[in-house]
Ligand binder design. Structure first.
Ligand SMILES: [Zn+2]
Length: 186
């Protein structure tokens, strides 16, 4: 297979994979109190309900500095909007309690409490750890509309957010494992 054809195939697999909603098994194990009734109308279910709020980076480095700070793979994701292959990330199946941080600037992004198995092959969360954790931006690449998620402190690319997540938000933050580090709770 020619390199170009392989690239297009991988790209297609990514778009399909990350655009696929949670499977039924994932829905059955959705987080939250199983005794709480969820009103479907409270959940975000369309892209126009996702706020677009780009972060103003407070940690800024030159391109040369980022290349020194990050590994080649991390640079590809965080600074070049790359995507790791599905099911490749070390943090995908991590179920320890703790905090997921930006691999570029150590900013706290997601709590283990909001992590769930979306069945897509990327670490998934239903909400960021706080209001300043991440920023969002419109992404019209690959001929589709998506909402890009980036670090609230250094604006490094993390992944995308989709309106097909579980309660209590209805959101699915689909995040590259390589863009994060994990701080286990003591
Ligand atoms: Zn960052």
């Amino acid at each position: 297979m020619r390199p170009t054809a392989l690239f297009v195939l991988l790209l297609t697999l990514f778009v399909l994979g990350c655009s696929t909603g949670p499977d039924e098994q994932a829905m059955a194990t959705e987080p939250g109190d199983p005794g709480t009734e969820v009103d479907e109308s409270d959940l975000i279910r369309s892209y126009d309900q996702i706020p677009i709020a780009p972060a103003e980076p407070t940690v800024v480095h030159t391109d040369e500095e980022w290349r020194e700070i990050l590994s080649g793979d991390q640079y590809h994701i965080l600074r070049d909007h790359g995507t790791e292959p599905p099911y490749s990330g070390e943090l995908l199946d991590n179920d320890q309690p703790g905090v997921y941080r930006c691999a570029g600037c150590d900013h706290a992004l997601f709590s283990s409490q909001s992590k769930y198995d979306s069945g897509t092959g990327w670490p998934s969360y239903y909400e960021p750890i706080d209001d300043d954790a991440v920023g969002t931006a419109e992404d019209h690449s690959l001929g589709t509309f998506r909402v890009e998620v980036h670090c609230g402190q250094c604006a490094g690319h993390l992944g995308h957010v989709f309106p097909d997540g579980p309660a209590p938000t209805g959101l699915r933050y689909c995040i590259n494992s390589l863009a994060m580090t994990f701080d286990a709770e003591d």
